[in-house]
Write a protein that binds this ligand. Structure first.
Ligand code: NAD
Ligand code: DAU
Length: 354
């Protein structure tokens, strides 16, 4: 048996592939276009491991996806590939529509084509697992209850609108064609291999370099943080036991205002890597707010706990300490991401710069 993972060289995808192969010998075919966000160095520990088959390619390439499905005959597709950064979606939404909407459509059609040829028993077992986000639900008022799976969709950014569109396509492919899909809508992840354009890794790498720590607006926006390893275990759980056609919200029960995250990271760095120039919090700088910035996200993760018995293993305190320690221990990874040297691998292996 085999699974096909898309976007497995990105932040969550690479954590998922590593976790999967730590716990199972079931091979992974990893289809990733290696955009700026894809970094094969995240998977360096799998070099020479026959259980990991990496294919550089686009989810929107129907012929390629058809070939991979026919050759490897996966029992499941786990779909991470996406443009994922809200700020980039504000500056250039086109790629978000191309990958998140059109790419998901192509992948669904290819999966449907393959699935419809399977014998009855395999058809029932097949899964298309769509990895989505809490941002599709929009922004919560300060005292509103957390998002449940039935919360109305109100996406506010080009990114969240593109993810909402992909969620709707996935739902429709189940409803109309019977494709056995499951969707997870997860809150903000953090942990190893997080690209330093997102808040937590950006804070760590900037603080270590003595650079300003940019806080958008008043910093009182609330996010619900989940350690990436817990997201991976939730996906494995839903893939194994989730009911086709269902969606499951995944979150860490860790609602925190951004400014509190900033102070926590600064305090951990003061403890683990004190700066002779003074406390890291001196670098905090309030900057212009993100346009259309959602004020609050919070996930009600009771359904996945009640139906499938999943709960996060990490608290925010344990997860953020591990994360800061990981960045301190992986200065080389950070340096190669920041200099762009991680992309040299592409040149060496594919003879091109992407
Ligand atoms: P990421 O940006 O780190 O990685 C995305 C990966 O997809 C990269 O490896 C990139 O090369 C690949 N990719 C992009 N376009 C592609 C294409 N057209 N074809 C093939 N591969 C392509 O993203 P991430 O943070 O790891 O997020 C993964 C998934 O999880 C996304 O679908 C995202 O919406 C969702 N999600 C993320 C979070 C979070 O906090 N990061 C939370 C909830 C859900
Ligand atoms: O909620 C899940 C989503 O979380 C995922 O779907 C997205 O793919 C992922 O990127 C993330 O989106 P956010 O916009 O919440 O993450 P980001 O790290 O960009 O920002 C977190 C919060 O911090 C947000 O309120 C904006 C703020 N921020 C961000 C950056 C990069 C700052 O104040 N300063 C910054 O420099």
């Amino acid at each position: 048996m085999t699974i096909l993972v898309t976007g497995g060289a990105g932040f969550i995808g690479s954590n998922f592939v590593l976790d999967w192969l730590r716990g199972s010998d079931e091979p992974v075919v990893n289809l990733d276009a290696l955009t700026y966000a894809g970094n094969l160095e995240n998977l360096a520990s799998l070099d020479g491991d026959a259980r990991h088959v990496f294919v550089r390619g686009d989810i929107g390439d129907r012929a390629l996806v058809d070939t991979l499905l026919a050759e490897h005959r996966p029992r499941a597709v786990v779909h991470f590939a996406a443009e994922s950064h809200v700020d980039r979606s504000i500056h250039g939404p086109g790629e978000f529509i191309r990958t998140n909407v059109n790419g998901t459509y192509t992948l669904l059609e290819a999966a449907r084509g393959f699935w419809s040829t399977l014998p009855e028993a395999e058809r029932a077992q097949f899964r298309f697992h769509h990895v989505s986000t809490d941002e599709v639900y929009g922004s919560l008022a300060p005292d509103a209850p957390a998002f449940t799976e039935t919360h109305p969709y109100e996406p506010n950014s080009p990114y969240s609108a593109s993810k909402a569109a992909s969620d709707h396509l996935v739902r429709a492919w189940h409803h109309t064609y019977g494709l056995p899909v499951v969707t997870t809508n997860c809150s903000n992840n953090y942990g190893p291999f997080h690209f330093p354009e997102k808040l937590i890794p950006l804070l760590i790498v900037n603080a270590l370099a003595g650079k300003p720590l940019p806080v958008y607006g008043d910093g009182r926006q609330v996010r619900d943080w989940l350690y990436v390893g817990d997201h991976c275990s939730a996906i494995r759980t839903v893939l194994e036991r989730g009911r086709p056609g269902e969606t499951y919200n995944v979150g860490g029960w860790n609602e925190k205002p951004n400014i509190e995250i900033v102070h926590t990271v600064c305090a951990l760095l003061d403890e683990l890597r004190p700066d002779p120039a003074g406390p890291h919090a001196r670098l905090i700088t309030h900057v212009k707010d993100r346009p259309g910035h959602d004020r609050r996200y919070a996930i009600d993760a009771r359904k996945i706990e009640r139906e499938l018995g999943w709960r996060p293993a990490e608290t925010f305190e344990t997860g953020i300490r591990k994360t800061v320690a990981w960045y301190l221990d992986h200065a080389d990874w950070v340096a190669r991401v920041q200099s762009g040297a991680y992309r040299d691998w592409l040149q060496r292996h594919y003879g091109e710069t992407a």
